[in-house]
Design a protein around this ligand. Structure first.
Ligand SMILES: *Cc1c(COP(=O)(O)O)cnc(C)c1O
Length: 364
């Protein structure tokens, strides 16, 4: 059997007719960027998260850097973020000239809230919380610290659509929630797409203007903005997917329940769920000291895996200028050497799940 880490085609075939009908509808409408599909998606996605406003953008990275831009966070400012994240989180900070200050993760792969306070200085302006792999972060102590030190909170929800902490949706705790709808995310488009959500009408308005060259009225530009407009076809296809998000989430949860119940291998550590948090399983991430051996072993059996992420941002070439040496974030670095994402996707067949489980259980 051949099993890839992800199968985006399966997600398409699940609702093929609806996707094709919507795509044709948009193609025939003659309106392709920022139109009624985008407006409807923004309304529906805001309602889904429980936020007052949603503004559609061109990508998750745009959501992040535009969020910091409209909050006025840039050169000379520090933003606290966990060390073990996808590098886009960090670029959202540094594109604006601000400095990332890394904090080690906890056992749930999210920022260790107990290690934030020691990193706060008089330059700290915000905490960027990443709900990594689909699990909500420990929001109660994080929000308490933000209030105590008067810090902004931005949430990177690129992997956490629908994940909750104490029954509240990720993305609605802080000032701005940033979403990516890259095809492989839990709510994926068929190309690049992103959005911010917020309860603050001024922030929503500022992002709305900024995404379209700083223009509210055509050819009248009140700020130096950017082009981060969302396409009608992506918004329309996202509306189709959003209408099925509960069943998509439930399906992944069932697959991961099988993994949690049936994977038994003393060389492998399974992910765990924080009390009070929900996990929407963007990735199922195991840990093992024998990672190279496991990757090769699974490859030989036709099973593909991915490492999220092999090089932590502070050790990447892009951030050499921060002068953070190997050993400066030992937990982050340890995760980078031991984590492995096993196959997981909507439309994954029962036999495929069983094949993966049996193979991993037989690894020694
Ligand atoms: C995917 C991702 C992003 C970036 O989203 P894009 O749409 O690819 O720009 C940011 N942060 C995290 C944690 C991600 O997984």
């Amino acid at each position: 059997m051949k099993i890839m880490p992800n199968r985006l085609d399966r997600g398409y075939y699940l609702y093929q007719e609806e996707f094709e009908k919507k795509a044709l509808e948009v193609l025939r409408s003659g309106w392709y960027v920022l139109g009624s599909e985008v407006a409807s998606f923004e309304e529906e996605f805001a309602a889904y998260t429980g936020a007052k406003y949603c503004v559609g953008l061109a990508s998750g990275l745009d959501a992040l850097w535009i969020a910091f831009r409209v909050l006025g966070i840039g050169s000379g400012d520090e933003v606290i973020v966990q060390g073990n994240t996808y590098i886009a989180s960090v670029m959202g900070i540094t594109i604006n000239g601000a400095t990332p200050v890394f904090v080690e993760p906890d056992e749930y792969f999210n920022i260790d809230a107990s290690k934030i306070e020691e990193k706060i200085t008089d330059r700290t302006k915000a905490i960027l919380v990443v709900h990594l792999y689909g699990q909500a972060s420990n929001m109660k102590p994080i929000m308490e610290l933000a209030r105590k030190y008067d810090l902004k909170v931005v949430e990177d929800c690129a992997q956490s659509h629908g994940a909750k902490f104490q029954k509240k949706m990720t993305g609605t705790f802080g000032d701005i929630g940033c979403f990516s709808f890259y095809p492989s995310k839990n709510l994926g488009a068929f190309g690049d797409a992103g959005a911010i959500v917020t309860d603050n009408p001024q922030i929503a308005e500022d992002v709305r203007v900024f995404r379209n060259y700083g223009s509210e009225k055509r050819y009248y530009n009140k700020a130096v903005g950017t082009n981060s407009r969302l396409d009608e076809i992506q918004a329309g296809l996202l509306r189709v997917r959003l209408s099925h998000i509960q069943e998509l989430e439930d399906e992944k949860r069932l697959i991961c329940k099988r993994y949690l119940d049936e994977l038994h291998n003393e060389n492998i550590q399974l992910p765990s769920i924080r009390p009070g948090a929900t996990h929407i399983w963007h990735q199922f991430v195991i840990r093992t000291e024998q990672r190279d051996e496991l990757i090769n072993y699974l490859n030989e059996r036709g099973i593909g895996t991915i490492i999220h992420y092999p090089i932590p941002p502070h050790l990447s070439e892009a951030y050499r200028y921060l002068n953070l040496k190997e050993g400066s974030l030992p937990i982050t670095e340890k995760y980078a050497k031991t984590v492995l994402s096993i196959p997981l996707y909507n439309g994954m067949q029962t036999e495929e799940q069983t094949y993966v489980i049996d193979a991993i259980n037989q690894f020694c």
